[in-house]
Ligand binder design. Structure first.
Ligand code: SAH
Length: 395
């Protein structure tokens, strides 16, 4: 084997990596010994020659994604151990052998020490999504580890990295099965049933990250008139009906999403005659909802994908939430979310504050919501926190 290329940092730039931050930015590099290609494993050293970490080299502002802070001899063992640790955590979280829930995130990138790598488990179907070339090149090796982990419970492994590996890497990636070919499956989450298609679904197929927030919703739902805005697969709608809502209106601008919601509602008992769907834009639908709803769920797509879109995104959250706060019935409950990584908790809360203040109604925060523990955040990598939500009560 060729010796690994060595990335030497500028003096003083080893501090963040000593604090276990998993990225090295190109500006921190003094020189590179060797000629690493994108995706190659490199070793990182301080200016004084001290070994710091091992990671995947990439061309761009993040130059190295660290996957080990110890020198690695047997690469395969590293991934096997990391998968085992990830699986053990999900087992401790009561997700792996749970008769009421058979969908969870197995690997959450930096939060599981595997930067740029996402693995979701859907009742036997595994979806991998790689965000770096280094991880992408390991896909067959990772599949072997996944096969060993799940044995005969494993139905298929689908690689869904087409939209997440930078095009400039020039790999011409297409989404495809690496093992088996089953793409559609029925899953259960907290006893609620959903039909999932990992090929056509958004992200890896389903928004697993709302599991605990959906469960919380059921506490507030009995006998209520509910609006689930941005319903997509109808996750919150199914839970609301399951929890005894009087009526649920589900709205999405995508006709395909509305169809998915209808299908998922019909998979579960309790929705008969109580559920209606609307293919409509959120902002126009919410122009005229005065005193119609006791509970409103607002789970929009990421309004800002980059920091330059931040101001517009905050305006959009403000407008959306103002419409809900203004018109909800007295005593009503709003579940409001942002899944934009660039919108931090404070910014989000401030935009809700401004929305509330403009309506003049009294608004209280009952819960502050986050992503669930199968989407762990490394304390050294706060960038991994993306989902935030508030449960509001409006007088
Ligand atoms: N709440 C869902 C996830 C929502 S994803 C869940 O729990 O699974 C965001 C959804 O918003 C997508 O389905 C998208 O089609 C829809 N959407 C995007 N822009 C919209 C708009 N302006 N009005 C209504 N729906 C919109």
């Amino acid at each position: 084997m060729e010796p690994l290329s060595r990335v030497i940092l500028k003096s003083g730039k080893e501090q963040s990596i000593k604090r276990l931050h998993p990225w090295i930015f190109s500006g921190a590099i003094k020189k590179i010994e060797g000629k690493p290609a994108e995706g190659d494993t490199v070793e990182v050293f301080s200016n004084s020659g001290e070994y710091l970490a091992t990671g995947h080299y990439q061309i761009g502002s993040i130059a190295v994604r660290i996957y080990s802070f110890h020198q690695v001899t047997q690469d395969f063992d590293v991934w096997t151990m990391k998968f085992k640790a990830a699986y053990d955590l999900r087992t401790a979280l009561k997700l792996t052998k749970n008769k009421d829930t058979n969908v969870y995130r197995l690997v959450n990138g930096e939060g599981d020490g595997m930067p740029g790598f996402i693995v979701d488990y859907y009742n036997g179907i595994v979806v991998m999504q790689m965000h770096s070339v280094g991880m992408y090149l390991l896909r067959d090796q990772m599949t072997e580890v996944i096969k060993a982990l799940y044995g005969n419970k494993l139905l298929s492994v689908y690689d869904k990295s087409e939209g997440t590996i930078p095009v400039k890497a020039g790999l011409g990636i297409k989404n495809k099965f690496i093992y088996g070919d089953q793409s559609v499956i029925e899953i259960i989450e907290n006893k609620c049933r959903f039909s999932i298609d990992v090929i056509s679904g958004q992200k890896t197929g389903f928004f697993i990250d709302q599991r605990e927030n959906r469960e919380l919703l059921t506490r507030y739902i009995k006998g209520k008139n509910v609006l689930n805005m941005f319903c997509y697969t109808g996750g919150f709608s199914v839970y609301a009906l399951h929890g005894g809502a009087l009526s649920v209106d589900s709205v999405d601008s995508s006709a395909q999403a509305v169809e998915l919601t209808n299908r998922n509602v019909s998979l579960n008992a309790g929705g008969e005659g109580k559920h209606q769907t609307f293919t409509a834009d959120a902002f126009s639908f919410m122009n005229d909802i005065r005193d119609k709803y006791d509970v409103i769920i607002l789970d929009p797509p990421a309004f800002a994908k980059h920091t330059d879109a931040l101001e517009n995104a905050l305006m959009a959250y403000k407008r959306l939430n103002a419409k809900a706060i203004e018109q909800i019935r007295p005593g009503g409950i709003i579940f409001t979310f942002s899944c934009s990584q660039v919108v931090n908790r404070d910014n989000f809360r401030r935009s809700i504050f401004v929305a509330a203040a403009n309506t003049g109604r009294n608004v209280r925060v009952l819960h502050q919501l986050v992503q669930p523990p199968d989407h762990p955040i490394s304390i050294y990598h706060p960038e991994g926190e993306y989902l935030k939500g508030l449960v509001l009560q409006v007088e």
